[in-house]
Design a protein around this ligand. Structure first.
Ligand code: ADP
Length: 261
């Protein structure tokens, strides 16, 4: 007989930035895995049609029958698409390229902004954290994430134009907050691909800290080739290079996330 599981109350966090290539999927994968290592129960919802956080955890998209698309548009239950214990105890609701059509197909649907929120209701009691890896746009899929989430994790790449587009993102957040999700707030801002040897990276980090203040995580994610190699092996950094600086950084981030509650 199974021991009774403690009741959980998941925090739903959207990993969001409409810029591509800033480290959303890398963070979704490796923060989830690192929280898994800490014994937390995590669901990673891949809401990006490219499906990088699904394939980065070794899920073969060609073998996925139903994905998050079918949950949003075909009333398939979330539990029917979840792949359990993909790595470090992390469960994944995968994306396939079918999801690319959702952006257009959702437009004519009833309660189109609430589809993900409704689907995730059943997951609250099962997980400690639900992360939603958002697509690089501010379309209806992202709006679904903004409506479903309790809070946002915003990765910002330590490069030129780091804050470009951030105002637009904050505007979208405010619009959704005032009309559809009043308690939405920022969980944390994460500096990614940080190379402390460059003046630029240090300047960007300072600029982001003065813009966002205390919400910026103390942990900086360093630029390291291991983090970019791991997805091609379908492994999180906790498995691919467990003692390297990428794994240490995401491990430190996981602890900060737990501390923030
Ligand atoms: P997004 O999901 O925002 O599009 P990704 O997480 O896919 O961004 O990252 C973009 C690219 O940068 C990927 O090739 C990824 O492997 C690489 N990358 C992400 N974070 C790091 C890092 N800290 N160090 C080195 N490469 C990284």
């Amino acid at each position: 007989q199974l021991a009774a599981e403690p009741a959980r109350n998941a925090r739903i966090v959207a990993i969001i930035n409409q810029k591509g290539g800033v480290g959303k999927s890398t963070t979704a994968i490796n923060l989830s895995a690192s929280l898994g290592v800490l014994g937390k129960k995590v669901l990673l919802v891949d809401l990006d049609p490219q499906g990088n956080s699904s394939s980065g955890l070794g899920i073969e998209k060609s073998r996925v029958e139903n994905c998050i698309y079918n949950v949003l548009l075909d009333d398939v239950a979330l539990s029917d698409v979840i792949i359990a214990d993909v790595c470090n105890g992390v469960d994944v609701a995968p994306a396939t390229i079918n999801l690319a059509g959702a952006e257009v197909e959702l437009v004519s649907e009833i309660a189109r902004e609430n589809r993900l929120k409704d689907a995730l209701k059943s997951a609250r009691g099962t997980y400690d954290y639900v992360f939603v890896d958002c697509p690089p746009s501010l379309g209806l899929l992202t709006v679904n994430a903004l409506v479903a989430a309790d809070s946002l994790l915003i990765p910002i790449q330590c490069e030129f134009y780091a804050l470009e587009g951030v105002t637009k993102l904050i505007d979208s957040m405010k619009r959704v907050k005032s009309r559809l999700n009043p308690s939405l707030d920022i969980f944390g801002v994460l500096l990614t691909m940080y190379d402390g040897r460059t003046t630029l990276a240090r300047q960007v980090a300072d600029e982001v800290r003065s813009f966002f203040g205390e919400t910026v995580f103390d942990t900086l994610i360093p630029r390291t080739v291991k983090l970019s190699e791991a997805p091609s092996f379908g492994l999180p950094i906790t498995e691919y290079d467990p003692s390297g600086k990428g794994a240490l950084a995401y491990g430190a981030l996981a602890k900060e996330v737990v501390q923030r509650g």
